[in-house]
Design a protein around this ligand. Structure first.
Ligand code: FE2
Length: 436
């Protein structure tokens, strides 16, 4: 008998939004068949048994150079963005190539085992040695067989905050960063902020790179660089290659201005990344009561059909002492913090950490579950995106580039030592639940 042409076959997979299961066959790193009942066996078979089989999670915004540094050299006692920047300034003076790579690799493994196979990381390029950038560019290369890393050159201290910063940003692009970043609200003046956005667009066009700007990450309702980013995107035609991250000030704009801005955003067709865990933590720190939630207008952007994705932003660093890299916790915070608790809204938040993230990262045709696409997919111990989000379900299988990369057993609980319960009474009291 000849060997099966299929290296791997997944049996009885339930795709997001699907009502019946399918078998998925993989060969040569690609998905080669999706059928209700595939007759041929694979060289390896995985019984999925009706569990949710999804395109991988996408991390749209994280800082891998600062991950896992919490408390170094001190904790952030005010909890503000700006104290975090001060602490990071001290910590980054001690960065080494090995230090950055070791922490970033640990974070990538945490992410991958929880179903993330694409990661966009910002890396601070306002320190002269560019050691963190070089460490992450090299890591991008060494992990590319199992996870894709996109590197954004991010001038944390501002492009015009120091005379050499604009040259460092350009050097980062020459070294191979995938995208140009910025932080216009942190520049010394409004005028410097506008100039920084114009410089970012000029560099992106010169070096043919994507754009991802930390934009208006502040509670100041007069911080209005989003309109500058959108206008530059519209005039340059770069639209979908441009991302505005955070835009937390947008939550505080008066509605007359916000509605006018929304029209411009619809024309510009840029991407948005909200970072709900961090935004709800860092913003509102100068408010008394009522305290703002600090998350951008996720619901309204989504309702207008604009592309919103979500990021974890920080994992145990000067800005956020918690975090595991799990994108379901990010989506769960969006559900809570953005009033997205309706059925379609919960599904939309799942899309924000999958398909929408793929759009933000400009992944194009390589993302998704379809015949002919690269075989990247994950299996949840869950029946639907809603079920996965509600229970923060375990990712049981991660398949990357056609190979089984990680397998995880869900936790099991046994009740011991309790008096026996009247099971017939319990069953009659159960409320039937309809799954999404
Ligand atoms: Fe960030």
């Amino acid at each position: 008998m000849s060997e099966s042409p299929f290296q791997l076959v997944l049996r009885q997979c339930l795709l997001p939004g699907g009502s019946t299961t399918v078998d998925i066959a993989i060969a040569g790193g690609d998905i080669v068949a999706i059928e209700e009942h595939l007759n041929q066996s694979g060289q390896q078979e995985l019984p999925i048994q009706g569990r949710l089989t999804s395109p991988p999670l996408v991390e749209s915004h994280v800082h891998l150079d600062s991950v896992l540094t919490v408390g170094q050299p001190r904790w952030n006692t005010s909890g503000t963005l700006f104290e975090g920047i001060d602490i990071w300034r001290d910590r980054k003076a001690t960065l080494t190539y090995a230090d950055v790579q070791a922490r970033a690799m640990q974070a990538l493994q945490l992410q991958a085992q929880q179903g993330v196979l694409w990661v966009r990381t910002h890396v601070d390029v306002s320190e002269p040695s560019l050691v963190a950038l070089q460490a992450l560019l090299d890591l991008r290369q060494s992990v590319r067989d199992w996870i894709t890393l996109q590197v954004v050159a991010f001038p944390q201290d501002g492009i015009y905050g120091s005379p050499g910063n604009v040259n460092l940003l350009e050097e980062a692009l020459k070294l191979g960063a995938d995208a140009v970043g910025g932080i216009p609200h942190y520049e010394f003046t409004r005028e410097d902020g506008v100039r920084s956005v114009e410089t970012i667009f000029h560099l992106a066009q010169t070096y043919d790179r994507l754009i991802d700007i930390h934009c208006d990450e502040i509670d100041d309702d007069h911080s209005r660089f989003l309109e500058v980013v959108a206008a530059c995107a519209l005039r340059s035609g770069l639209g979908k290659r441009v991302t505005a991250s955070h835009t937390t000030a947008f939550a505080g704009y008066n509605n007359a201005y916000a509605f006018k801005l929304m029209g411009l955003l619809e024309r510009a067709q840029i991407n948005f990344v909200a970072n709900p865990l961090i935004n709800i933590t860092l913003q509102g720190r100068t408010d008394s009561y009522p305290k703002r939630r600090g998350i951008t207008r996720v619901k309204e952007l989504w309702q207008r059909g604009l592309n919103v994705s979500l990021g974890h932003d920080c994992i145990q660093d000067p800005w956020y002492s918690l975090g595991t890299g799990n994108m379901l916790t990010v989506a769960a915070m969006a559900i809570h913090g953005c009033h997205m608790t309706g059925q379609s809204e919960i599904d939309a938040c799942y899309t924000m950490v999958t398909e929408n993230g793929a759009r933000t990262l400009n992944l194009g045709d390589q993302y998704g579950i379809a015949v002919g696409k690269p075989a990247n997919l994950i299996v949840f111990d869950a029946k639907s995106p809603y079920d996965a989000l509600r229970r923060t379900a375990t990712v049981t299988h991660v398949i990357s580039r056609g190979k089984l990369l990680v397998q995880t057993q869900p936790a099991q609980t046994s009740w011991l030592g309790l008096p026996s319960l009247d099971s017939s009474r319990m069953e009659s009291s159960l409320i039937p639940v309809t799954e999404a």
